[in-house]
Design a binder for this molecule. Sequence first.
Ligand code: SAM
Ligand code: SF4
Length: 325
Amino acid sequence: MQDQYSRKIEYLRISVTDRCNLRCIYCMPEHGIHRLPRETMLTFEELLRLVRIFSALGIRRIRLTGGEPLLRPELPKLIAQINTVRGIERVDLTTNGTLFASMAKELKSAGLQGITFSLDTLCADQFQHITRHDRLNAVLDGLETARSLGFAPIKINCVALSGINDGELVQIASLAKTAPFDVRFIELMPIGCAKAYHGVPTAQIYERLSSYYGSAAALPHSYGSGPAEYVSFPNFQGRIGFISPMTHGFCSQCNRIRLTAQGNLRLCLHHSAGLDLRTLLRSGKNDAALACMIQQTIWNKPSCHSFLQESPLPGAKSYMHTIGG
Ligand code: SAM
Ligand code: SF4
């Protein structure tokens, strides 16, 4: 499936819930969250029907996200079911990791492959400050459990925040030195609560890491097959990746679409353009009609995000936990 800019779309991120057990300062407000009524979320049956349609259109990889996806009851069952859909080659998960260790074996048996943990600090006080919860050890347990059970790849996402965790970036990168984890630094995107903070540009992070670890070799873009650009530092077991929506414009390589927990197909993190699939599903449209509308919508995927525009486009007010990152 291609859009009008010849980008091949083969990766679908599905947000399975808008709920979260953390409150990261740049992602969710501490109080006053409007929770979506449960009946507005897609059921597993609806999700599977959509996955079959997307797969027939060329989607090959699925990533489950949220909110915190491990809060969705019976998630392993959904993963096992998605894995039976013809054409789907892999199912991966992005998680805050706090609930991972206790569910890891069940997730492995369901056929989950790669895990991305979000971890912005290795300091317990800082973790409490950033996530507003005292759960650092649970996340570190999750990481070790994922490693011992052989999930692959294991990635760590770190959002670098100026004046908050930017003194720790060398230490966080060292997770990829001592274990085969890929550590990715993400530039903060100014969505919702994140507008109150400043991110650290990729070039600055790279400079800091290379002045400590030496210069790195760039890896071909095909490594990771997403928006991250990876490098390899000497004597590191894992890679270091940089996701640079603000300074490097990654949109020309974008291969992904997103489905929110309420069934909105979103074509871009920072654009309202999309399709209300829940309403269409519940109004009795057949698979062929849905496939046709999805294809037309994807054809019109915007050429790039609007983070750098002065007047934000519709959709720019969304919080990241409702979109899934
Ligand atoms: N709760 C899960 C987690 O934290 O991994 C999945 C959802 S979370 C929205 C997905 C990713 O989005 C996380 O790695 C998080 O750090 C990242 N994220 C959230 N808000 C962001 C922002 N404004 N800019 C950049 N990344 C952001
Ligand atoms: Fe929750 Fe993930 Fe957002 Fe943190 S980044 S508040 S863990 S959804």
